[in-house]
Write a protein that binds this ligand. Structure first.
Ligand code: DGY
Length: 336
């Protein structure tokens, strides 16, 4: 009897927590995870249908999720008590019903900081791409129509310079500040709107506006770097866009919900502003078709954090949050 008990005890002690990884992570992160956990990887990287994900989730102690997974109200409603942590690969977590996670005492973690540089790089790509008409230029070359163009010194592919222009940043958090640093290297002046004024050190010479409307008329470019919340929903709308100068450019690397598409599209269609550069959209990847018809809109497919280096760092951080949790160490980046 005692012998049997001992075997059970040994099985229990050796039992590794079960972790479900919803999408393919960087190889190094998957290898690390496998060492200490009973891991189900998604090697084919096929999206798991929502109904299956809800069923599967109940078998696991933890999940490593991505922004592509729908972990809304419905997901949490159907969860049993087994799952204890959801470690999201991504700084944004608007796909997760945080209040429901909290009520079920499930820890949520994300991956801030490690993507600051790569999102700031894409911000610059959008600033340059939209102001220097890179989308139109690219299409001209690839469509072989360039050879038919008789160049005009003051008209052909003429864009707008970014040097000495003012960039208004909405949301001066870690990514916003990194974008400001990059933009300054291109000779741009920085102003910002944020819920709170930053310390002088963090402001680094940027001028603060306590409300977004008063900043708009000062912007040659305006770039959004806030999380997607009810507060930031449609922060750029018909009113705020209407306050921008006619030569202004709108940049978005945050989330589509921060922009009212109807208002931005109307402003672009009627040249009420100069251009937009967008990496994020409402209803991705099925963005509003009207964007596709606008030459003055430079679009990218949500690639803000998409570099080998950054995705590895994000994957590692998500895995490390799992290690911390199951080793009862403080989490690196706890959301709730
Ligand atoms: C994030 O981390 O939220 C990014 O948008 C993912 O690429």
């Amino acid at each position: 009897m005692w012998r049997l008990k001992k075997v059970y005890l040994e099985i229990l002690i050796n039992m590794k927590p079960k972790i479900l990884v919803t999408r393919k992570l960087s190889d190094g992160a998957e290898e690390k995870l496998k060492k200490n956990f009973d891991v189900t990887l998604n090697l084919k990287d096929e999206p798991i249908p929502n109904a299956d994900l809800i069923k599967m989730a109940n078998e696991y102690d933890g999940i490593i999720s991505t922004g592509w997974d729908d972990l809304g109200k419905n997901f949490f409603k159907n969860l049993s008590k087994k799952i204890k942590i959801i470690s999201q690969v991504g700084v944004g977590y608007d796909n997760i019903a945080i209040e429901f996670a909290k009520s079920k005492e499930i820890k949520i973690t994300n991956t801030p900081d490690v993507l600051n540089e790569s999102v700031a790089e894409v911000t610059m790509l959008l600033i340059l791409g939209s102001s220097r008409r890179a989308g139109e230029g690219y299409n001209l070359v690839r469509s072989r129509k360039w050879k038919n163009v008789i160049p005009d010194l003051t008209k052909t592919m003429i864009g707008s310079s970014i040097t000495n222009k003012t960039l208004g940043i909405i949301g001066m958090g870690r990514i916003g500040r990194m974008a400001a640093k990059c933009a300054k290297a291109f000779g741009m002046k920085i102003i910002y709107y944020n819920r709170n004024k930053l310390s002088e050190d963090l402001e680094d010479g940027a001028k603060y506006f306590s409300d977004v409307k008063s900043m708009m008329p000062e912007c040659d470019f305006v770039s959004i770097h806030t999380p997607a919340t009810s507060e930031t929903k449609h922060i750029l709308n018909a009113t705020t866009i209407g306050l921008l100068p006619k030569h202004a450019v709108v940049i978005n690397t945050s989330r589509g919900s921060t922009i009212d598409d109807d208002a931005l599209i109307e402003a672009l269609q009627n040249n009420k502003i100069y251009a937009a550069g967008l990496d994020v959209f409402n209803n991705e990847p099925n963005l509003d078709e009207r964007y596709m018809k606008l030459d003055n809109c430079f679009v990218l497919p949500h690639i803000g954090s998409a570099t080998h280096e950054t995705r590895l760092a994000m994957s590692m951080m998500a895995v490390d949050n799992i290690f911390c949790f199951f080793e009862s160490r403080p989490l690196i980046s706890e959301v709730v």
